[in-house]
Design a protein around this ligand. Structure first.
Ligand code: OFO
Length: 166
């Protein structure tokens, strides 16, 4: 049976993963309607991954005798200015999620829930990968500059099809 504090913080994460999925979906729509096909593909795939993360939390809470709570999700922004701004926001959001996952580890340790503490390690590792893949994209953007956005868009499409961002 899940401890109440652990259950509550896992439910908070369900809401955050759901928001992440919607945020990336909104960014994907922005990219697609601005002619950035590769960028939108990367973001649509990322939105799917976040939904899978959300489902992992839902299943875990339910399996451990808790009950997942499905809440209303805050509306994400719809306009992003340019690609550089999009990926700066993706990085900022992923850093926020890393902090959020670390807080779950902290609650698990405080409450001596070593089972959840062990289970959440998958997300600790996932966050290292997520931040690294977004950092790699931001490095490319810095190198290319705005005038070469067409090349960037082609490049990021290839990254997603090779699975580099997963
Ligand atoms: Fe982008 O990561 Fe979920 O957890």
């Amino acid at each position: 049976m899940l401890n109440k504090k652990v259950e509550d913080i896992l439910n908070r994460q369900i809401e955050r993963e759901s928001y992440s999925s919607n945020l990336y979906l909104s960014m994907a729509v922005w990219a697609e309607t601005n002619g950035l096909e590769g960028t939108s593909q990367w973001l649509y795939a990322q939105a799917e991954e976040e939904r899978i993360h959300m489902l992992k939390f839902i299943k875990y809470v339910n399996e451990r005798g808790g009950k997942s709570v499905i809440t209303a999700i805050e509306q994400p922004p719809a306009d992003f200015g340019n690609v550089k701004e999009v990926f700066a926001q993706v990085l900022e959001h992923e850093q926020f999620i890393t902090g959020s996952i670390n807080e779950i580890v902290g609650v698990c340790l405080d409450e001596k829930d070593f089972t959840t503490q062990n289970w959440i390690q998958w997300f600790v590792t996932e966050q290292i990968e997520e931040e690294a893949s977004v950092n790699a994209i931001n490095d490319k953007i810095k190198l290319l500059g705005e005038q070469n956005m067409y090349l960037f868009d082609r490049d990021i499409m290839a990254m997603r099809s090779q699975g580099a961002a997963e």
